[in-house]
Write a protein that binds this ligand. Structure first.
Ligand SMILES: Nc1nc2c(ncn2[C@@H]2O[C@H](COP(=O)(O)OP(=O)(O)OP(=O)(O)O)[C@@H](O)[C@H]2O)c(=O)[nH]1
Ligand SMILES: [Mg+2]
Length: 316
Protein backbone atom coordinates (compact mmCIF):
# COMPACT_ATOMS: atom_id res chain seq x y z
CA UNK A 1 0.00 0.00 0.00
CA UNK A 2 2.86 2.34 0.89
CA UNK A 3 4.36 2.21 -2.59
CA UNK A 4 0.93 2.51 -4.23
CA UNK A 5 0.26 5.73 -2.32
CA UNK A 6 3.74 7.08 -2.98
CA UNK A 7 3.26 6.45 -6.69
CA UNK A 8 -0.07 8.25 -6.56
CA UNK A 9 1.53 11.21 -4.79
CA UNK A 10 4.25 11.42 -7.39
CA UNK A 11 1.62 11.67 -10.13
CA UNK A 12 1.21 8.12 -11.44
CA UNK A 13 -2.19 7.88 -13.16
CA UNK A 14 -2.51 4.11 -12.87
CA UNK A 15 -2.00 4.23 -9.10
CA UNK A 16 -4.55 7.02 -8.90
CA UNK A 17 -7.12 4.87 -10.71
CA UNK A 18 -6.35 1.90 -8.43
CA UNK A 19 -6.68 3.90 -5.24
CA UNK A 20 -10.00 5.36 -6.39
CA UNK A 21 -11.27 1.84 -7.05
CA UNK A 22 -10.17 0.70 -3.59
CA UNK A 23 -11.95 3.63 -2.02
CA UNK A 24 -15.08 3.29 -4.14
CA UNK A 25 -15.33 -0.44 -3.53
CA UNK A 26 -15.00 0.14 0.19
CA UNK A 27 -11.82 -1.86 0.63
CA UNK A 28 -11.22 -2.65 4.32
CA UNK A 29 -8.18 -0.37 4.44
CA UNK A 30 -9.88 2.53 2.69
CA UNK A 31 -10.07 4.80 5.73
CA UNK A 32 -6.40 4.20 6.41
CA UNK A 33 -5.68 5.18 2.81
CA UNK A 34 -7.81 8.32 3.11
CA UNK A 35 -6.15 9.45 6.33
CA UNK A 36 -2.74 8.95 4.73
CA UNK A 37 -3.80 11.11 1.78
CA UNK A 38 -5.58 13.79 3.79
CA UNK A 39 -2.47 15.87 4.62
CA UNK A 40 -1.67 16.06 0.90
CA UNK A 41 -5.11 17.35 -0.04
CA UNK A 42 -6.88 20.66 0.47
CA UNK A 43 -5.32 22.56 -2.38
CA UNK A 44 -7.57 21.72 -5.33
CA UNK A 45 -10.33 24.00 -6.47
CA UNK A 46 -13.47 21.87 -6.35
CA UNK A 47 -16.04 22.92 -8.92
CA UNK A 48 -19.53 21.43 -9.29
CA UNK A 49 -21.39 21.50 -12.61
CA UNK A 50 -25.10 20.78 -12.24
CA UNK A 51 -28.03 20.81 -14.65
CA UNK A 52 -30.85 18.80 -16.17
CA UNK A 53 -30.04 15.86 -18.47
CA UNK A 54 -28.68 16.86 -21.86
CA UNK A 55 -28.08 20.57 -21.21
CA UNK A 56 -24.43 20.11 -22.17
CA UNK A 57 -22.69 19.58 -18.81
CA UNK A 58 -20.19 17.03 -20.14
CA UNK A 59 -19.43 19.19 -23.17
CA UNK A 60 -18.82 22.19 -20.89
CA UNK A 61 -16.69 20.19 -18.45
CA UNK A 62 -14.72 18.86 -21.39
CA UNK A 63 -14.03 22.42 -22.60
CA UNK A 64 -13.27 23.73 -19.12
CA UNK A 65 -10.85 20.90 -18.45
CA UNK A 66 -9.11 21.59 -21.76
CA UNK A 67 -8.91 25.28 -20.81
CA UNK A 68 -7.19 24.52 -17.49
CA UNK A 69 -5.00 21.88 -19.12
CA UNK A 70 -3.85 24.58 -21.52
CA UNK A 71 -2.83 26.67 -18.51
CA UNK A 72 -0.64 23.85 -17.24
CA UNK A 73 -3.05 22.36 -14.69
CA UNK A 74 -3.97 18.69 -14.43
CA UNK A 75 -7.74 18.55 -13.95
CA UNK A 76 -9.66 15.66 -12.44
CA UNK A 77 -13.26 15.03 -13.49
CA UNK A 78 -15.92 13.06 -11.63
CA UNK A 79 -19.09 12.35 -13.59
CA UNK A 80 -21.79 11.28 -11.16
CA UNK A 81 -24.27 9.29 -13.10
CA UNK A 82 -27.78 8.66 -11.80
CA UNK A 83 -28.76 5.97 -14.25
CA UNK A 84 -25.62 4.01 -14.97
CA UNK A 85 -26.26 1.38 -12.32
CA UNK A 86 -29.49 0.47 -14.09
CA UNK A 87 -28.46 0.55 -17.72
CA UNK A 88 -24.72 0.95 -17.84
CA UNK A 89 -25.37 2.99 -20.96
CA UNK A 90 -25.00 6.49 -19.64
CA UNK A 91 -21.50 5.88 -18.31
CA UNK A 92 -20.48 4.75 -21.75
CA UNK A 93 -22.13 7.86 -23.16
CA UNK A 94 -20.04 10.11 -20.97
CA UNK A 95 -16.90 8.17 -21.81
CA UNK A 96 -17.56 8.58 -25.50
CA UNK A 97 -18.42 12.27 -25.28
CA UNK A 98 -15.37 13.01 -23.21
CA UNK A 99 -13.22 10.84 -25.42
CA UNK A 100 -11.24 13.73 -26.82
CA UNK A 101 -9.79 14.23 -23.36
CA UNK A 102 -9.26 10.71 -22.17
CA UNK A 103 -6.20 10.14 -24.32
CA UNK A 104 -4.43 12.92 -22.39
CA UNK A 105 -3.07 11.57 -19.06
CA UNK A 106 -3.07 15.19 -17.85
CA UNK A 107 -6.85 14.98 -17.56
CA UNK A 108 -8.26 12.24 -15.35
CA UNK A 109 -11.92 11.22 -15.76
CA UNK A 110 -13.92 8.98 -13.50
CA UNK A 111 -17.59 8.00 -13.71
CA UNK A 112 -19.44 7.07 -10.55
CA UNK A 113 -22.79 5.36 -10.21
CA UNK A 114 -25.21 6.87 -7.72
CA UNK A 115 -26.58 3.53 -6.57
CA UNK A 116 -24.95 0.92 -4.44
CA UNK A 117 -22.93 3.18 -2.15
CA UNK A 118 -23.64 2.20 1.43
CA UNK A 119 -22.81 5.61 2.79
CA UNK A 120 -24.59 7.42 -0.02
CA UNK A 121 -23.15 8.74 -3.24
CA UNK A 122 -22.23 12.14 -1.79
CA UNK A 123 -20.05 10.39 0.76
CA UNK A 124 -18.36 8.25 -1.90
CA UNK A 125 -17.84 11.34 -4.07
CA UNK A 126 -16.23 13.20 -1.17
CA UNK A 127 -13.70 10.38 -0.82
CA UNK A 128 -12.88 10.44 -4.53
CA UNK A 129 -12.46 14.24 -4.43
CA UNK A 130 -9.98 13.80 -1.59
CA UNK A 131 -7.98 11.23 -3.58
CA UNK A 132 -7.86 13.42 -6.71
CA UNK A 133 -6.90 16.44 -4.63
CA UNK A 134 -4.05 14.52 -2.96
CA UNK A 135 -2.89 13.41 -6.40
CA UNK A 136 -2.50 17.13 -7.23
CA UNK A 137 -5.40 17.15 -9.65
CA UNK A 138 -6.67 20.71 -9.95
CA UNK A 139 -9.34 21.76 -10.57
CA UNK A 140 -11.52 18.82 -9.56
CA UNK A 141 -14.75 19.15 -11.54
CA UNK A 142 -17.85 17.20 -10.48
CA UNK A 143 -20.67 16.76 -13.00
CA UNK A 144 -24.12 15.94 -11.58
CA UNK A 145 -27.67 15.97 -12.83
CA UNK A 146 -29.50 18.55 -10.78
CA UNK A 147 -32.25 16.49 -9.25
CA UNK A 148 -32.77 15.19 -5.76
CA UNK A 149 -31.07 15.50 -2.45
CA UNK A 150 -27.99 13.50 -3.51
CA UNK A 151 -27.11 16.16 -6.06
CA UNK A 152 -27.57 18.99 -3.61
CA UNK A 153 -25.33 17.14 -1.15
CA UNK A 154 -22.72 16.69 -3.86
CA UNK A 155 -22.97 20.34 -4.81
CA UNK A 156 -22.20 21.16 -1.18
CA UNK A 157 -18.89 19.32 -1.58
CA UNK A 158 -17.83 21.84 -4.19
CA UNK A 159 -16.41 25.26 -3.34
CA UNK A 160 -18.22 26.71 -6.30
CA UNK A 161 -21.29 25.44 -8.15
CA UNK A 162 -22.10 26.14 -11.77
CA UNK A 163 -25.75 25.66 -12.75
CA UNK A 164 -26.28 25.00 -16.45
CA UNK A 165 -29.49 25.96 -18.26
CA UNK A 166 -30.46 26.09 -21.91
CA UNK A 167 -32.76 28.36 -23.96
CA UNK A 168 -36.30 27.10 -24.26
CA UNK A 169 -36.46 25.42 -20.87
CA UNK A 170 -38.43 28.33 -19.38
CA UNK A 171 -41.12 26.28 -17.68
CA UNK A 172 -38.62 23.70 -16.49
CA UNK A 173 -36.60 26.46 -14.89
CA UNK A 174 -39.66 27.63 -12.99
CA UNK A 175 -40.00 24.09 -11.72
CA UNK A 176 -36.36 23.89 -10.65
CA UNK A 177 -36.04 23.43 -6.96
CA UNK A 178 -35.18 26.56 -5.06
CA UNK A 179 -32.25 24.57 -3.67
CA UNK A 180 -30.64 24.46 -7.08
CA UNK A 181 -31.07 28.20 -7.64
CA UNK A 182 -29.53 28.87 -4.26
CA UNK A 183 -26.43 26.73 -4.75
CA UNK A 184 -25.58 28.42 -8.05
CA UNK A 185 -22.47 30.63 -7.75
CA UNK A 186 -22.28 31.03 -11.53
CA UNK A 187 -25.10 30.40 -14.02
CA UNK A 188 -24.44 29.24 -17.56
CA UNK A 189 -26.89 29.50 -20.42
CA UNK A 190 -25.49 26.89 -22.79
CA UNK A 191 -26.61 26.15 -26.36
CA UNK A 192 -26.75 29.86 -27.13
CA UNK A 193 -26.70 28.91 -30.83
CA UNK A 194 -30.37 28.07 -30.28
CA UNK A 195 -33.33 30.48 -30.25
CA UNK A 196 -34.78 31.84 -27.02
CA UNK A 197 -31.58 33.07 -25.37
CA UNK A 198 -32.97 36.48 -24.38
CA UNK A 199 -36.15 34.97 -22.96
CA UNK A 200 -34.06 32.56 -20.91
CA UNK A 201 -31.91 35.44 -19.64
CA UNK A 202 -35.02 37.31 -18.51
CA UNK A 203 -36.52 34.25 -16.78
CA UNK A 204 -33.21 33.60 -15.04
CA UNK A 205 -32.80 37.15 -13.78
CA UNK A 206 -36.37 37.09 -12.43
CA UNK A 207 -35.66 33.83 -10.59
CA UNK A 208 -32.34 35.12 -9.29
CA UNK A 209 -34.00 38.24 -7.94
CA UNK A 210 -36.29 35.96 -5.89
CA UNK A 211 -33.40 34.34 -4.06
CA UNK A 212 -31.30 37.49 -3.92
CA UNK A 213 -29.82 38.37 -0.55
CA UNK A 214 -29.21 41.98 0.43
CA UNK A 215 -25.60 43.09 0.13
CA UNK A 216 -24.58 40.11 -1.98
CA UNK A 217 -24.20 40.72 -5.72
CA UNK A 218 -26.20 38.46 -8.04
CA UNK A 219 -24.21 35.53 -9.44
CA UNK A 220 -22.76 36.07 -12.92
CA UNK A 221 -24.61 34.65 -15.91
CA UNK A 222 -22.42 33.39 -18.77
CA UNK A 223 -23.64 32.49 -22.26
CA UNK A 224 -21.85 29.57 -23.90
CA UNK A 225 -21.89 27.27 -26.89
CA UNK A 226 -20.06 24.28 -25.50
CA UNK A 227 -19.87 22.54 -28.86
CA UNK A 228 -17.66 25.26 -30.36
CA UNK A 229 -16.09 26.64 -27.18
CA UNK A 230 -17.75 30.07 -27.25
CA UNK A 231 -17.92 31.66 -23.78
CA UNK A 232 -15.56 29.15 -22.12
CA UNK A 233 -12.79 31.69 -21.52
CA UNK A 234 -15.34 34.04 -19.99
CA UNK A 235 -16.66 31.24 -17.77
CA UNK A 236 -13.13 30.36 -16.63
CA UNK A 237 -12.55 34.08 -15.98
CA UNK A 238 -15.53 34.14 -13.62
CA UNK A 239 -14.30 30.98 -11.88
CA UNK A 240 -10.83 32.45 -11.39
CA UNK A 241 -12.27 35.76 -10.16
CA UNK A 242 -14.52 33.87 -7.74
CA UNK A 243 -11.51 32.17 -6.18
CA UNK A 244 -9.41 35.31 -6.11
CA UNK A 245 -12.13 37.17 -4.27
CA UNK A 246 -12.55 34.45 -1.68
CA UNK A 247 -9.03 33.19 -1.15
CA UNK A 248 -8.68 32.64 2.58
CA UNK A 249 -11.64 34.88 3.43
CA UNK A 250 -14.19 34.21 6.15
CA UNK A 251 -16.97 32.99 3.83
CA UNK A 252 -14.64 30.44 2.24
CA UNK A 253 -13.49 29.24 5.63
CA UNK A 254 -17.10 28.96 6.77
CA UNK A 255 -17.94 26.91 3.68
CA UNK A 256 -15.02 24.55 4.35
CA UNK A 257 -16.02 24.30 8.00
CA UNK A 258 -19.60 23.44 7.06
CA UNK A 259 -18.39 20.87 4.59
CA UNK A 260 -16.11 19.34 7.25
CA UNK A 261 -19.04 19.21 9.66
CA UNK A 262 -21.22 17.41 7.08
CA UNK A 263 -18.42 14.97 6.33
CA UNK A 264 -17.86 14.24 10.00
CA UNK A 265 -21.57 13.62 10.61
CA UNK A 266 -21.82 11.38 7.55
CA UNK A 267 -18.87 9.29 8.73
CA UNK A 268 -20.25 9.01 12.25
CA UNK A 269 -23.61 7.94 10.83
CA UNK A 270 -21.95 5.26 8.69
CA UNK A 271 -19.84 3.91 11.53
CA UNK A 272 -22.64 4.05 14.07
CA UNK A 273 -25.02 2.19 11.77
CA UNK A 274 -22.45 -0.51 11.08
CA UNK A 275 -21.57 -0.88 14.75
CA UNK A 276 -25.18 -1.03 15.89
CA UNK A 277 -26.12 -3.54 13.22
CA UNK A 278 -23.14 -5.74 14.05
CA UNK A 279 -23.88 -5.68 17.75
CA UNK A 280 -27.68 -5.84 17.80
CA UNK A 281 -28.16 -8.13 14.81
CA UNK A 282 -25.21 -10.51 14.58
CA UNK A 283 -25.05 -13.11 11.80
CA UNK A 284 -28.35 -13.34 9.92
CA UNK A 285 -30.52 -12.03 12.73
CA UNK A 286 -31.61 -9.03 10.68
CA UNK A 287 -33.10 -11.38 8.09
CA UNK A 288 -34.78 -13.48 10.78
CA UNK A 289 -36.23 -10.38 12.42
CA UNK A 290 -37.50 -9.06 9.09
CA UNK A 291 -39.24 -12.36 8.49
CA UNK A 292 -40.92 -12.30 11.89
CA UNK A 293 -42.16 -8.78 11.24
CA UNK A 294 -43.39 -9.75 7.77
CA UNK A 295 -45.32 -12.65 9.33
CA UNK A 296 -46.73 -10.21 11.90
CA UNK A 297 -45.23 -12.22 14.77
CA UNK A 298 -43.73 -9.05 16.18
CA UNK A 299 -43.64 -5.35 15.33
CA UNK A 300 -40.56 -3.33 14.35
CA UNK A 301 -41.06 -0.73 17.07
CA UNK A 302 -40.86 -3.03 20.07
CA UNK A 303 -38.09 -5.04 18.43
CA UNK A 304 -35.94 -1.94 17.92
CA UNK A 305 -36.73 -0.66 21.41
CA UNK A 306 -35.66 -4.03 22.80
CA UNK A 307 -32.47 -4.11 20.71
CA UNK A 308 -31.48 -0.54 21.54
CA UNK A 309 -31.66 -1.13 25.29
CA UNK A 310 -28.07 -2.35 25.29
CA UNK A 311 -26.89 1.05 24.07
CA UNK A 312 -28.62 3.02 26.78
CA UNK A 313 -26.32 4.41 29.43
CA UNK A 314 -27.81 4.01 32.88
CA UNK A 315 -28.81 7.36 34.37
CA UNK A 316 -26.78 8.01 37.52
N1 LIG B 1 -26.48 23.04 -30.32
C1 LIG B 1 -25.75 22.79 -29.25
N2 LIG B 1 -25.63 21.53 -28.79
C2 LIG B 1 -24.89 21.31 -27.69
C3 LIG B 1 -24.23 22.36 -27.02
N3 LIG B 1 -23.58 21.84 -25.95
C4 LIG B 1 -23.83 20.51 -25.96
N4 LIG B 1 -24.62 20.18 -27.02
C5 LIG B 1 -25.12 18.85 -27.41
O1 LIG B 1 -26.09 18.44 -26.47
C6 LIG B 1 -26.02 17.03 -26.28
C7 LIG B 1 -25.87 16.72 -24.81
O2 LIG B 1 -24.60 17.21 -24.38
P1 LIG B 1 -23.87 16.66 -23.09
O3 LIG B 1 -22.64 17.48 -22.91
O4 LIG B 1 -23.72 15.21 -23.15
O5 LIG B 1 -24.97 17.03 -22.00
P2 LIG B 1 -25.03 16.54 -20.48
O6 LIG B 1 -25.72 17.61 -19.75
O7 LIG B 1 -23.70 16.13 -20.00
O8 LIG B 1 -25.96 15.27 -20.59
P3 LIG B 1 -26.19 14.14 -19.48
O9 LIG B 1 -24.87 13.84 -18.84
O10 LIG B 1 -26.74 12.99 -20.23
O11 LIG B 1 -27.18 14.72 -18.51
C8 LIG B 1 -24.87 16.53 -27.12
O12 LIG B 1 -25.37 16.05 -28.32
C9 LIG B 1 -24.04 17.78 -27.35
O13 LIG B 1 -23.30 17.73 -28.54
C10 LIG B 1 -24.36 23.70 -27.54
O14 LIG B 1 -23.82 24.68 -26.99
N5 LIG B 1 -25.13 23.84 -28.64
MG1 LIG C 1 -23.01 14.33 -19.10
Amino acid sequence: MESLLNNLLSGDTRSLARVISLVENRAPNREEILSRLFPHAGRARVIGVTGSPGVGKSSLVDRLAAHYRGKGFKPGIIAVDPTSAFTGGAILGDRIRMNALSSDPGIFIRSMATRGHLGGVASATADVVLVLDAAARDPVIIETVGVGQDEIDIARLADLSIVVLVPGMGDDVQALKAGIMEIGDIFVINKCDRPGVEKMERTLSTLLSLVEQPGIPSPPVVKTIATDGAGIDELAGHIDAWYELRQGNAAMLEKRRESARQRLLALIREHALEAVLRSAFPDDELEAAAERIAKRETDPYSLVREKMKRFETPTP
